[in-house]
Design a protein around this ligand. Sequence first.
Ligand code: KG4
Ligand code: ZN
Length: 338
Amino acid sequence: MEKEIKILAIESSCDETAASVVVNGRTVLSSVIASQVEEHRKYGGVVPEIASRRHCENICWVVEAAMEKAGLTFDGLDAIAVTYAPGLIGALLVGVNYAKGLALAAGKPLIPVHHLRGHIAANYIAHLELAPPFLCMVASGGHSHIVEVLDYTCFRVIGRTRDDAAGEAFDKAARAMGYPYPGGIAIDRAAQAGNPQTYPLPHPRVEGSPYDFSFSGLKTAVLNTLNHAAQKGESVVKEDLCASFQQTVCDLIAGKLMLAAEEFGYQKIAFAGGVSANSGLRKRLTAECRRRGYEFFVPPLSLCGDNAAMIGSQAYYEYLAGNFAGADLNAVASKSIE
Ligand code: KG4
Ligand code: ZN
């Protein structure tokens, strides 16, 4: 029988303090998330200094709760994993230092996990049959990548955003329309009641790079639509503008992802990151994949946003690959998934 590898994972890269125990990368024994979103909403975005302070306050009880729910003591663990990059440096440092201390005290190996690798691994928890190679769109608040998942710990980025990330574009467009932070979910909800044909928005291209994205022009187009209407004394139907915006993001992401799948010969397509919670994108990618006979994988909503279960899943494969860290592990704000 296969030995059970139990890993405690810690995530603190942005505004969620999270801990989880995962067995063999696929079975979640516990997953605890302390979200700070209510506090950051007052400021219209994440305030890094506040995020770090809250992580410090929350990390002990979050880890204890995850261990208790899993019914384990630290002795029962095989390793301790932590998100070390990319993210807010002060936020990452809280998780990294806590995990280093715990690994040393408990005498367990320490596994550094890249946050975006974790987002992709959320799919392993939800889809037990999913194994590399496959093509994955990773769209979060800070990144928008088309990634070849060549193996569990081997990645190649074939497309990326040249300016804003998809989630950032959602949040900025939402803010311009008066929705609270984080705006992605507000646009998603409003779009369901709107007509996507109402406001034609541009589909920005990156010259010579068919798989790269540019979302900042789209956000500007939303601002221009609002400003022009205000100047003329006309009102904008927000639901229609949200639907038009979301449909344009769907066109851009689905278009480039399907092009990449065809060009690089992938039949298995996955979607991950906070933006993979978007109902319009989930529907559109499901339909586009079905039409081409591709298999499509996306995590359940509970695993799309930041959580530690996805970090625990990826950590298992880093463990198998022998990717351990010592007490000199540092947090890194910006680092390629490769
Ligand atoms: O992965 P994530 O939770 O955190 C980062 O690693 O950045 O992604 C957060 C992003 C935010 O920009 C948020 O607005 C967006 O994901 N998001 C959505 C939806 N839910 C979250 N965007 C569009 N539609 C949604 N339903
Ligand atoms: Zn994330």
